[in-house]
Write a protein that binds this ligand. Structure first.
Ligand code: SAM
Length: 382
């Protein structure tokens, strides 16, 4: 059995644990920002193809103690790199340090790269080239205070790149964070789902793929395809099985709208590119005027971030209007707002039943859950 580490947005580790268990992973151990597990290569293929939450699946090829760059060089040189990838593949080394005692992570990166190249030279008489943009193989080194861990990345490009979304708006969410939020909301396919601030349509795309049982990685390639141990037959068998599960595209009671016509167009284009346009209904309408498409359902929104000057005030003015719209038209709906603006519930004068900390990249956010039960969740005036 191999050891793996799946990375994910912080706050979604528990969801990733459930996914990995479903794929047959063993010894599942969550930590901050990821989950360690063991399994055979097909489990790793399945996690790459089917996980909606993971960012990367890293395959552990070495670990040990170190005190300086020379220790790292020796440890990396000892590993049998030509067994894992061909000298004709180009590669890239990425180093992350947490409480790492070394003065320069750049120098550590250089020494690890040198050790891999020297090992190849010794074994086959030549070395693989470096590619910093689209390498065939990515090697990740994690340097802690006394321990190092070395991984080969089996994903290649990060898994939130589904190979679907092309056009973008300002501040789009990463696909795996959007999928995690949909899961945290408890939404189930068949229940109406509305994103009234849909931007480039990330929630809509992820929900439509879930409803139709479309694997998030069905339209892309993965790093493991470039490794020597790639089992093409096992991969093809798995792909066909998973792709065969997908349902034909039909309307899934998923609704998206935005006040900005450009965003609606971008969402439309992205859904069309993904072949999912028929699963979703789009409209150009302000959130404060959006009609409820059903008596009950799940509303998920990622309001604008107040980053530029003046935007904070604009948002403070928008929240009470949003709350008014929810109270008037969305009684019976469960609503979820992802924002870094902790003032949102107070300014909406609505009490959240849950506040889940999540990180949108480095931005600390909350997912506020506000259940709209007619007349019951107005705040008491203090
Ligand atoms: C942070 S972006 C959402 C990004 C989206 N989740 C994505 O992944 O692309 C916020 C969106 O809210 C929209 N918006 C701002 N004020 C609005 C309003 N009053 N009604 C509806 N949409 C609004 C903006 O046009 C923008 O597309």
């Amino acid at each position: 059995m191999n050891q793996f580490f799946a990375t994910c947005p912080r706050g979604l580790e528990a969801l990733l644990v459930s996914e990995l268990a479903e794929f047959g992973a063993k010894n599942i151990q969550p930590t901050d920002g990821g989950v360690a597990f063991s399994g055979d290569m097909p489990v790793c293929y399945q996690a790459n193809l089917e996980s909606r939450i993971a960012t990367r699946i890293l395959w552990q090829v070495g670990r040990g103690r170190y005190a300086n760059e020379e220790d790292l060089y020796q440890a990396v040189f000892k590993l049998n790199w030509p067994q894992w990838f061909d000298v004709k593949r180009d590669f890239l080394v990425k180093v992350t340090g947490v409480k790492c005692p070394l003065k320069s992570l750049e120098f550590a990166t250089l020494r690890i790269k040198d050790a891999i190249c020297d090992r190849f030279r010794q074994a086959v008489g030549s070395r693989p080239y470096i590619d910093t943009k689209e390498p065939d193989v990515r090697v990740h080194a994690y340097l802690a205070a006394e321990d190092y861990q070395l991984y080969i990345d089996t994903s290649g490009n990060p898994l939130y790149q589904r190979g679907l979304r092309r056009a973008s708006v300002e501040a789009p969410l990463r696909e795996n964070l959007a999928a995690g939020i949909i899961r945290l909301s408890g939404w189930q396919p068949g229940t109406p789902l509305l994103d009234p601030m849909c931007g480039s349509g990330t929630f809509l795309l992820e929900a439509a793929m879930m409803a139709l049982d479309m694997a998030p990685g069905s339209g892309r390639h993965f790093g493991f395809e470039k490794l020597n141990n790639f089992d093409a037959a096992a991969w093809e068998k798995l792909r066909l099985k998973v792709l065969g599960r997908a349902k034909p595209v039909s309307f899934q009671k998923i609704y998206g709208s935005d006040a900005d016509l450009r965003a609606v167009r971008v969402s439309r284009e992205n859904l069309k590119q993904a072949g999912l346009l028929d699963a979703v209904q789009l409209s150009h309408v302000d959130m404060t005027e959006v009609p409820a498409p059903a008596e009950s359902g799940v509303l998920i929104a990622n309001p604008p971030y107040g980053i530029r000057i003046g935007e904070d005030e604009a948002l403070a003015a928008l929240y009470p209007k949003m709350a008014e719209a929810l109270k008037k038209r969305f009684a019976g709906w469960n609503t979820y707002f992802l924002t870094n603006d902790m003032r949102l519930p107070k300014l909406m004068r609505l009490s959240p039943s849950k506040r889940t900390p999540l990180f949108n990249g480095p931005l600390e956010c909350r997912l506020f859950e506000i259940r709209m039960v007619a007349g019951s969740n107005r705040r008491e005036k203090s």
